[in-house]
Design a protein around this ligand. Structure first.
Ligand code: HH2
Length: 256
């Protein structure tokens, strides 16, 4: 899954693809590099992100890009039912919700479609989530949350085949929490739906390596590969070509 943020303020690529033509060109480049899914986001969820973008503003950023990319398998990264509804009507194949369809009305919007949906775990909300994240047992708690969200989605009429889950690396988690979740990612297979992992350029990698967001390619690939080895079916990344090469090596070893 290749990431295209149509935002002025994303931590990794903020401002680079706010211009619709630049976002469209970047999405096509990621697709050519081997992305199976393009994830379009129009609201930053970076830690400390203050201003909540209105649905109108999110759609104003999103729609010109989405309309130009209808021929690609598109995911839209949003927490707002109104944005989900319009994005699905415009042809998005997947909704990536860092809030796991907890907003009132979100489950109903997805139930009325046949799109895929990613349910992600987050403790708190982006503005405050990194202030003091706490868990007694991070793996058990994140897993229980995702289990509950899967049950909620299924009860609302969303078939299990349409669901993907994500432990939400960096969303209300310390470096230790993120590492524990990555190490134990295999345990999430028990949930019975594909696992998505997003480590690309994240601050935990900066804590480990001392590198800035634009210098975290090697660290991102290492984390992606560990996630894949531990069962992730979808990797959300900014650097598709390099990640794909790493995955080809893993695939070759598995086939050997
Ligand atoms: N991470 C980000 C955004 N959306 N969605 C899922 N399912 N999993 C993730 O790990 C995830 C996500 C944050 O990264 P990015 O899009 O690069 O930055 P920003 O939120 O600042 O736009």
């Amino acid at each position: 899954m290749g990431v295209v943020n149509v935002t002025p303020d994303s931590f990794s690529d903020g401002g680079r693809f706010l211009d619709p033509a630049a976002a469209v060109a970047h999405a096509r480049k990621l697709r050519e590099e081997g992305a199976d899914i393009i994830d379009l986001g129009a609201e930053s969820s970076r830690p400390g992100a203050a201003a909540v973008v209105s649905a109108e503003e999110e759609l104003r950023r999103l729609l010109p890009v989405l309309r130009e990319l209808r021929d690609l398998p598109l995911s839209v990264d949003t927490v707002k039912p109104e944005v989900m509804r319009v994005a699905l009507a415009e042809g998005a194949a997947m909704i990536n919700d860092i809030n796991a369809l907890r907003a009132p009305g979100a489950l109903a919007v997805l139930a009325a479609s046949d799109a895929a949906v990613c349910l992600m775990h987050m403790q708190g909300s982006p503005g405050i989530m990194q202030q003091d994240p706490r868990y007694d047992d991070v793996v058990a708690e994140v897993k229980a949350f995702l289990q509950e969200r899967i049950a909620g989605a299924r009860a609302a009429g969303i078939a299990a085949e349409r669901l993907v889950v994500d432990p939400g690396f960096g969303f209300g988690k310390t470096l230790e929490h993120n590492l524990e979740l990555l190490r134990c990612l295999g345990e999430f297979a028990a949930l019975g739906v594909p696992i998505l992992a997003g480590w690309s350029r994240k601050s935990s990698l900066g804590m480990i390596t001392g590198k800035r967001a634009d210098e975290r390619l090697a660290a991102s690939i290492a984390a992606a590969l560990i996630a894949a080895q531990n069962g992730a079916a979808i990797l959300r990344v900014h650097d598709v070509a390099a990640t794909r090469d790493a995955l080809l090596v893993l695939a070759a070893v598995r086939e050997a």
